[in-house]
Design a protein around this ligand. Structure first.
Ligand SMILES: Cc1ncc(COP(=O)(O)O)c(C=O)c1O
Length: 390
């Protein structure tokens, strides 16, 4: 049986050009970028070349970028770094975030709360959008940071980040965005967005796992969260992952071209599934969504059962974010949209990527229709009134 991958928001395979780049630099770079000898300086040149290339893709200065181990570390560095500095200097720190952030943001905020900070978690509307007016109203004199993601990994909603950042900065707070699901798939310019900090990851856009970066606008100061040597201008200790940085820069500069056309495949999938399968409903913001993401509720069916059924037919999808699958509770993102628990448990996330084709999409539509028919046969449940009209 052939297998097809529709779970690119969990992770996307390394792009062929990026893989070559990674292999070449593993072979070429033997030195430590902190060493002053020939080998060290060769590694340093590679690292700084990667930093310049990444800065070119993001419209920022290379000195504004710190390489990290991925999106999770970048989120932690932004939130704990800014929050701990405020606590250390003023004894107070108030952070504003949204209810549908990735656990890397929410749990970093909770950790900061344990250390003495105060937290405001903003609600979202029914499609997952944060209101700039809510950010304005949440700001206080001691608000040091607002952290709202660029796009949601489960439902794909793209937040009005430029407006949210403006609201935060006008109120005197720094603005951080987790852009792990957007950077490298679509052009993102840090200056145009008007943000202060931005988390970037490698493995959602054709880069390797275990590497990422944090954009820190010139003039923004934070406390390091890893302590050791003086790497990354004292902002992140640890011997630099030079091949990872080179591959990250390659993935992000070449990524957006590879992701062109994915929206057409995603729309084909949605049209097919919604037309073929009764009792289905699309989640997320239809007017502002990641081009590859489709989150669909299937009335009366368990999302996990759908994932298993589709896997048995050769299609890899997800019932929520990969990081929370295995957990019994339904997704915090879907609950925050106002969904009841049963509906939230019925949702499946399809996330497409550069390897997908029209034929695969058509096969997936058939597999979804077959799976739903099978699951409704073995465990029949009447369509709820809400879905009967969907
Ligand atoms: C929005 C978002 N932020 C952060 C992360 C964590 O990134 P990483 O896996 O690179 O640590 C993910 C990955 O699932 C994500 O989707």
């Amino acid at each position: 049986m052939s297998h097809y991958y529709f779970d690119h928001n969990a992770t996307s395979p390394v792009a062929p050009g990026v893989l070559q780049c990674l292999v070449d630099s593993i072979a070429e770079v033997s030195g430590n970028a902190s060493s002053i000898h020939y080998y060290g300086q060769a590694a340093k040149r590679k690292l700084e070349g990667a930093r310049r290339k990444l800065a070119g893709s993001l419209g920022c200065d290379p000195r504004e970028l710190v390489f990290t181990s991925g999106g999770t570390e970048s989120d932690n560095l932004a939130i704990l770094g800014v929050g701990r500095k405020a606590l250390r200097e003023t004894g107070r720190a108030h952070v504003v975030t949204s209810a549908i952030e990735h656990p890397a943001v929410l749990n970093a905020c909770t950790q900061l709360e344990r250390e003495g900070a105060q937290l405001t978690v903003l609600p979202v509307d029914g499609v997952g959008r944060v209101e700039p007016g809510d950010v304005k109203r949440a700001l206080r004199p001691d608000t040091c940071l607002v952290s709202i993601h660029h796009a949601n990994n489960e439902i794909g909603t793209i937040e009005p980040v430029a407006k949210l950042a403006k609201a935060a900065r006008e109120g005197g707070a720094l603005f951080h965005t987790d852009a792990v699901q957007t950077v490298g798939r679509t052009p993102v310019d840090a200056r145009v967005l008007g943000i202060d900090l931005m988390s970037i990851g490698g493995h959602k856009c054709g880069g390797p796992k275990g590497v990422g970066a944090l954009y820190i606008r010139k003039g923004v100061e934070l406390d390091a969260i890893l302590h050791g040597g003086h790497h990354e201008r004292d902002r992140r200790a640890g011997t630099e992952n030079v091949p990872g940085a080179v591959a990250l820069a390659a993935a992000i500069s070449g990524g957006p071209d590879l992701w062109i056309g994915i929206a057409g495949l995603r729309d084909r999938l949605e049209r097919g599934v919604l037309a073929r399968v009764p009792g289905t409903r699309l989640n997320g913001d239809p007017s502002s969504r990641l081009s590859n993401t489709s989150n669909i509720a299937f009335d009366g069916i368990g999302g996990e059962a759908m994932v298993i059924s589709l896997d048995l037919r050769g299609y890899a999808v997800s019932s929520g974010s990969a990081c929370s699958s295995g957990a019994v509770e339904p997704s915090h993102v879907l609950l925050a949209l106002g969904m009841d628990k049963q509906t939230a448990r019925s949702c499946v996330r399809f996330s497409l990527g550069p390897g997908n084709t029209v034929e695969q999409v058509d096969g997936l539509i058939e597999a979804v229709a077959d799976s739903v028919a099978h699951l409704r046969r073995v465990s029949p449940a009447p369509l709820t009134r809400e879905f009967a009209h969907a």
